[in-house]
Design a protein around this ligand. Structure first.
Ligand code: GRG
Length: 318
């Protein structure tokens, strides 16, 4: 069967109307994720070449309303600050070219205060430590051009302690390899400018093998052995391969067909697997995965930042 083509207008409408469902329970049950939800929707819209589909002033005002006096951002106004939402806030402002609206010094102080003596970062003041938060901190600080505020070498050394003999990386030293954590570790190494210095070509090849073994007979990818395929791994796995120049190691045609099969062709959006209910998280990673595979008509995505390449070029100057 021929896979469906990308239903761009249905996806744009799906994302545009997400904020009009305040009469629904799921809208309120996702308040604790809202700022990342805006980042996922906005990024998908930019990659779909509809960059002005959300109102810019209201988007900026919402982001700023989520800032806590400490400088960090919560997922919604008056929520506790966390590095996950602080990164989303900065990514949104960078994407809509409004970083000048941010009190950057205060935000940088919040992020830098999360680094622990071993080089890792905690997500918030309560202390959960994970390689995700190293990535969040370095991504955010690099967009603000303030990497100097933290100990990047210590962060790089911590990331390398999370590398496993199977070639992958986990959330902490000795933790199981997982494609999502591999994305964060490679992204951190790339932002820190240390990937080639700290990983040999042999190590990169072993990692590349582990990543392309994630492809299942359906064409979709899982995040670790013996698990189900999920559209979001089209991002975590393929962006990781892209960061080490090995996208061609997966069968792009079969993956593309799998991703397109997970669209809701009428209502818009992508689900984790065909036939499941669409959501904005799987929508951005489905669209971004297609962009990495070179799907026609999409903007190029930056595999390190999960933002339009044109935005990271403007903000980072490279
Ligand atoms: C800017 C793109 C971007 C990310 C910010 C939060 C973060 C940094 C990265 C998250 C990386 C990660 C751990 C992704 C995996 C997410 C996921 C689908 C987890 C599911 O884990 P399980 O154990 O699923 O429920 P599996 O598929 O292993 O059964």
């Amino acid at each position: 069967m021929t896979p469906p083509i990308l239903q761009t207008s249905a996806h744009v409408k799906y994302i545009q109307t997400l904020d009009t469902h305040s009469d629904r329970l799921d809208y309120h049950l996702t308040t604790h994720l809202r700022l990342s939800g805006v980042y996922w929707g906005l990024t998908a819209l930019h990659l779909l070449r509809h960059p002005t589909a959300l109102p810019r002033p209201a988007t900026i005002a919402f982001v700023l309303s989520c800032q806590h006096p400490s400088g960090g951002f919560g997922a919604s106004p008056a929520h506790d600050p966390h590095l996950l939402y602080t990164l989303s806030a900065i990514q949104i402002l960078a994407t809509v070219d409004a970083l000048d609206a941010l009190d950057a010094d205060k935000t940088v102080r919040y992020i830098a205060a999360r680094q622990t003596p071993d080089g890792c970062f905690t997500g918030d003041e309560w202390g959960e430590k994970d390689t995700r938060f190293i990535y969040c901190a370095l991504n955010a600080l690099s967009l603000l051009r303030r990497l100097d505020a933290v100990d990047v070498d210590a962060a790089m050394a911590y990331v390398m302690r999370c590398r496993n003999p199977d070639g992958g990386f986990g959330m902490a030293p000795q933790a199981e390899s997982h494609a999502g954590q591999i994305f964060t570790c490679l992204g951190a190494l790339r932002i820190g400018g240390a990937l080639e210095r700290l990983m040999s070509q042999d190590q990169i090849n072993v990692l590349g093998d582990w990543l392309c073994e994630r492809q299942l007979p359906s064409g979709g990818l899982n995040g670790r052995p013996e698990k189900l395929e999920d559209v979001c791994y089209s991002w975590w796995v393929v962006s990781s391969l892209a960061m080490v120049g090995r996208v061609g190691w997966v069968d792009g045609g079969r993956l593309e067909a799998f991703i397109l099969g997970c669209q809701d062709v009428e209502g818009g959006g992508f689900a984790d697997r065909a036939g499941d209910v669409a959501d904005v998280f799987h929508t951005v990673f489905g669209v971004a995965g297609l962009s990495l595979l070179g799907y026609e008509g999409l903007e190029e995505v930056d595999p390190v930042y999960c933002m339009p390449r044109e935005v990271t070029r403007r903000v980072l100057g490279k």
